[in-house]
Design a protein around this ligand. Structure first.
Ligand code: SF4
Ligand code: MG
Length: 320
């Protein structure tokens, strides 16, 4: 994705003026085959909008998205159909993303039917093997979604996403609604599938501790912008942006490392009125006057490790 922007017109009430909400403010993202990119930030930072843009569920206001080197906007009908097969999505809420009136076998098999793959008998076999692969018992297939726990419903969602053998899965907070022990099971399943099938993942979460387990690279979003990105080790162990530090401080340390809690001041500003200069300056514990006027560019601070902060070198060199 290159220089991706998404704006929505919003109107607070019938007599209020229309305003423009910039949910995604010009981001670049690259996903390599078979890798997991973790995209993290607070709710309201634009992560889910990025997911919906990348799957083509909503059109971008400007910027471009390409897949296999081809611009999505220039694809013909066959190309678009292929893209819709190669990129599948797993949603946060397995309760609302599964049709309550369909049996599990129909839900998992639906993408095969939509894409016209296989005979009915072949589809039934494929559905049975997918169900087994994600840990659902064969006798579960004739049941309805409400008969399952949250974790099992997410397994159904994963089986459905896998049905058409995609190369990329976009998972928007797939474990956030689940209990911790169930989260670990689902994350293990996703990791196994990644290794086994060579799947690429865009894994969207507000919880950086999840990304420690399953991402190759990490990108941190704040108010519709990417403020830091690099390898998992670079971003999580040698962070260079105060916002990343705030997100990491929110996670209790279990490695016995030195505890240093950095807390953001105040609330997340409205994306309707983003701050001038550095978008994080109203909350940043290190902000200086220049931060309120000059937007910091996303710069490569060390090889492959990018951050958008005027003072990252000064702040983090002195602390290491
Ligand atoms: Fe904080 Fe300034 Fe860096 Fe923004 S540019 S993150 S306000 S120190
Ligand atoms: Mg969201």
């Amino acid at each position: 994705a290159h220089n991706l922007v998404k704006q929505f017109p919003v109107q607070a009430g019938p007599f209020e003026p229309k305003r423009i909400l910039t949910a995604v403010a010009g981001i670049d993202l690259e996903l390599y085959p078979g890798e997991t990119l973790g995209l993290a930030g607070e709710s309201g930072c634009g992560k889910s909008t990025v997911a919906r843009l990348l799957t083509g569920l909503i059109p971008a206001s400007s910027g471009s998205i390409s897949f296999d080197g081809k611009d999505l906007a220039s694809l013909d009908a066959a190309g678009t159909a292929r893209f819709r097969k190669e990129v599948q999505m797993i949603f946060q809420d397995p309760f609302s993303s599964l049709n309550p009136r369909m049996r599990v076998a129909e839900i998992i098999g639906e993408p095969l039917a939509i894409h016209g793959i296989g005979t009915p008998a072949e589809r039934r076999d494929r559905v049975a093997s997918l169900a087994t692969r994600v840990g659902l018992a064969p006798d579960h297939l004739q049941r309805f979604p409400h008969e399952f726990s949250g974790g099992q419903r997410q397994r159904i969602g994963i089986a459905r996403a896998l049905a058409v053998a995609p190369r990329l899965i976009i998972a928007d907070e797939p474990v956030s609604a689940l209990d911790l022990s169930i989260q670990a099971q689902i994350i293990n399943l996703l990791q196994d599938l990644k290794a086994e099938l060579g799947l690429g993942f865009l894994f969207i979460t507000h919880d950086l501790s999840v990304l420690r387990h399953l991402s190759d690279r990490v990108a941190i979003m704040y108010l519709g912008r990417i403020v830091e990105t690099g390898s998992r080790e670079a971003v999580l162990d040698r962070l260079l942006h105060p916002y990343t530090e705030v997100l990491l401080s929110a996670i209790p340390r279990i490695d016995g490392g030195k505890e240093r809690r950095v807390i953001a001041r105040g609330e997340l500003p409205s994306p309707l009125a983003p701050p001038s200069g550095c978008p994080f300056h109203t909350r940043c514990p290190y902000a200086k006057p220049v931060c309120a006027s000059d937007p910091p560019p996303l710069e490569e601070k060390e090889p492959g490790h990018w951050a958008a902060c005027h003072f990252s070198k000064e702040i983090y060199r002195s602390q290491r």
